[in-house]
Design a binder for this molecule. Sequence first.
Ligand code: SF4
Length: 699
Amino acid sequence: VAELGTPTRSVITTCAYCGVGCSFKAEMNGDQLVRMVPYKHGKANRGHSCVKGRFAYGYAAHQDRILKPMIRERIEDPWQEVEWDEALAFAADRMRGIQAKHGRRSVGVITSSRCTNEETYLVQKLTRAVFGNNNTDTCARVCHSPTGYGLGKTFGTSAGTQDFDSVEHTDVVLIIGANPTDGHPVFASRLKKRLRQGAKLIVVDPRRTDIVRSAHVEAQYHLPLRPGTNVAVISAMAHVIVTEGLVDEAYIRDRCDWDEFQHYVEFITNPRHAPEANEALTGVRAADLRAAARMFATGGNGAIYYGLGVTEHSQGSTTVMAIANLAMLTGNIGRPGVGVNPLRGQNNVQGACDMGSFPHELPGYRHVKLPDVRAIFEREWGVAIDPEPGLRIPNMLDAAVEGTFKGLYCQGEDILQSDPDTHHVAAGLKAMECVIVHDLFLNETANYAHVFLPGSSFLEKDGTFTNAERRINRVRKVMAPRNGYEDWEVTQMLANALLKDSQGAKWHYTHPSQIMDEIASTTPSFAGVSYERLEELGSIQWPCDENAPEGTPLMHVNGFETGRGHFMITEYVATDEKAGPRFPLLLTTGRILSQYNVGAQTRRTENSVWHDQDVLEIHPHDAEVRGINDGDWVRLVSRAGETTLMVTLTERVAPGVVYTTFHHPATQANVVTTDFSDWATNCPEYKVTAVQVSASNCP
Ligand code: SF4
């Protein structure tokens, strides 16, 4: 700070890392960012922050930033720096050429949960209004797409039901497949404070996460289930609650579909769901599971928090529905201190989903097959919208390998590093005739790109992010874009280059506030949102409309927003990814506090000091039988591929389970993850991979 001088002005903006959505004051000396100070009036963080938001912003000024557009004929050729006009014309010609030759559905886009709502809205509009298809998907495909499906089916709305503040009224905290200390640190502090005040804790996780170790709660249960058995554990909890008469029947009669509930009771009371019948399968002691279920049902206000340890499974969507069933059974939806809360990993996963970054849904989670919904956007955009749902990311890659999908615009995502089965992703990208990467850095995906469009960081743009509690926060431009343009401007320029010789109306947005006005006019849950209202209120939680002009902190207060709550049948089906003689261990993955996702940003900051490589956690018993010592290098092999990692011996993981993070490209954890995915949404099964571990030399 001393070197950078004394701040002379400050700008309030929002952290671009996790789904907590902390507000910061960016303190500036002229055009120089001096420091980020957590904003005490920020409604999501109230003056708190973690080491990512506070310190890991140096990547924006990093020398690796690419600031000029680049093109090349073939991926084997060297990159050639060109002016924006030339790059955009090159990209537009290639994409139009592909469509002319292979049909309008032969190209698509991938949006990013790191970009703003306005940018994401424009990218899906580009797909639908300019490319003329619905091949638009987002990185939520690989994280929270089962949340969208599961909560949509049960509650009618695809979002968390509570606000962060209301944890202060929670009596029993149930955390399933989430590690808030590392993934959502500021909210984890609030959870821990509530636990210190006496709230009870249940953690369902294969790993003894920090919150289990540090909460020091007397009434606490850690249910260390075997990876892949979430549905069996949650159904067993529901079985105990129903068979022991702990159901909140009045709540269900009042708010849920009664016939569906009775059907569910018939299903869940079957003895095959009893904890004792599942002990061998799940690895969870039946007595502990019974006690935890009783505590959840009778302990007062129960709130459920879950993360990717729920969604990234072949039964991710089923697990989300099982969680929703559990909340409805116990009447834990619709008042302060209770609810179901998907902890969103990235800053704007919620927003990317809200903005229609799905191949089957327009903004506001409305199916493209519905003519009256299409008509709203057809009027606004002046084009006919394809009624056929488009391709999801894995389908795009499969179709590319098969030769029917040829062009991709990928904004702010490094799919080669973040998506499962790296070899298959590479094969798909390599088979395409035009890959446009729009990003801050030459990422791994850019190895297969023909056009590189430089991106702008969150410090260089105006817009909004929506956090895990549906809170729309303003992102404010702190400094001019180093590459010359904000990302929404680049998408607009690409759209206009594509529309150059067509009759289609050109795009003329001059500020992201106009894009938000368009979102509000086409999307009912955003009807009352505008930049003026955001300035006035600080932030707004959707739905925001004439019934809730200041937004909606708690959802489903007077009954479910779209009618009645729906109990869904959630049968446990074992994943096909099984440990066996060749691959006897189960690998599961997660994050660490100082790093973020594939590390493209945090690795280019001083946060790397805290975590400079991914390591493999292994139980001492599993290490001993393999002759492995703490700090050794090992080969990690699955049927998809292999990598080399250093090990740490720990009892945080049970025998038979190993764990690693995925922040560093050198280790490429996704080389070993497989192509199994959620049955409903194709969300990859990152959390269960059968592997073998053996001693190796340092790579
Ligand atoms: Fe807040 Fe998450 Fe940013 Fe940390 S990473 S400062 S918890 S928004």
